[in-house]
Design a protein around this ligand. Sequence first.
Ligand SMILES: [Zn+2]
Length: 425
Amino acid sequence: MSHHLRCSLDRLREDLLALGQIGRNPDDKGLYRMAFTEADMEARRWLLDRLRAAGADAKLDGAANVVGRWEGADGDLPTIVIGSHIDSVPAGGIFDGSLGVLAGLECMRALRDAEVKLSRPVELVAFSDEEGRFGGMFGVQAYTGQLTLNDVESMKDPDGVSLVDAMKACDLVPSLAMEAARKPDRIAAFLELHIEQGPVLEAQRTDIGVVLGISGIFKWKVKLLGKADHAGTSPMDMRSDAFMGLADFAHEIPRIIEEDGSERSRLTVGKVDLVPGHPHTVPGEAVFTLVGRDTEPDVLRELAKSCRKVLSAIARRHRLYFEFEEMSWLEPRPCDASIATAFRSAAERLSLSHIDMPSGAGHDTQFMTDVTRAGMIFVPSANGVSHAPDEWTAWEDVHNGANCLLQALLDVDAGSEGETLETGG
Ligand SMILES: [Zn+2]
């Protein structure tokens, strides 16, 4: 066992800062490296060079995922995949996604320097369009075989640019995306390191967050329908005021979570329209979005049921009608228990504090859970900021995360990642 092995923070820092220059808008502090833009392609070429310099066989697969591969000592074993993404949102930060990819690269260099040969092959993947410029997570969906040619041909960005046109402009062949799909039985495990993008680890002064699962999400469009009346002539007790219904519902949210949710539940009313929306008119209609999240499928269903019950009781109380439309329902994706165990024991060997936590944001890991034993860890985000130019993670935390990834990789390769390990692979 190579428990003394550590990543080089100097090399990792150098890579993060170098990649952090690609797609940087000179007038702005942030990164503009949206999927299939010129800057994104430049970043992919830069990464291919870095992977080759570290001894990997590196190429773009059919979905333009950057894939670097190192063969193992036993050529016939399924592959351990490490990955994240290098695309950014507009005005994004330098750690989101890039940390997981470049830390994975640094792990492989640390192993090479120490002349440690893993028994399994390792693939390091920077998945295309994790940030969802074209509406999904194109790269990892292709890699895990969860994409149809029809999906590829119908994906568009918010400006109406099709994925097909964007790929062709980069000299890529969109239909080849189907060939990016891997056989699940050739993948042994998936590991991802990512910044938390939230305030919890910093607030709790904890080094590592071991992710238990990616939250499922339901998104509703809710309508409370009352009666628009003159605000002066209609007495308070004779109104059907849709806003009062919405206000009552908002007030009930903490109780709904307390009674039917969990500490990982989230309910958010993010967008509200009052109709007719006039200062001197009682609002006859309140149209709003309701987004619910939890990591447990049953809890998410209970939350949804409870919201429906509460809304209909409130509607009756205020003489309103209530309708809702389910815009989307995404099942929670639990991470693998044996991979979580590997990350926990890695953190303990490194004397790092750790807590278990959910991921409220989506990540490449969520699609990998469908095909293999997948797990991820978070390191702290300063002030919880992400998807913004002042996104920051302390270099010490960068180093901790990379070392934790390296130690977990060694355990998974050796098959010593805890009692819950399933046999085979
Ligand atoms: Zn990310």
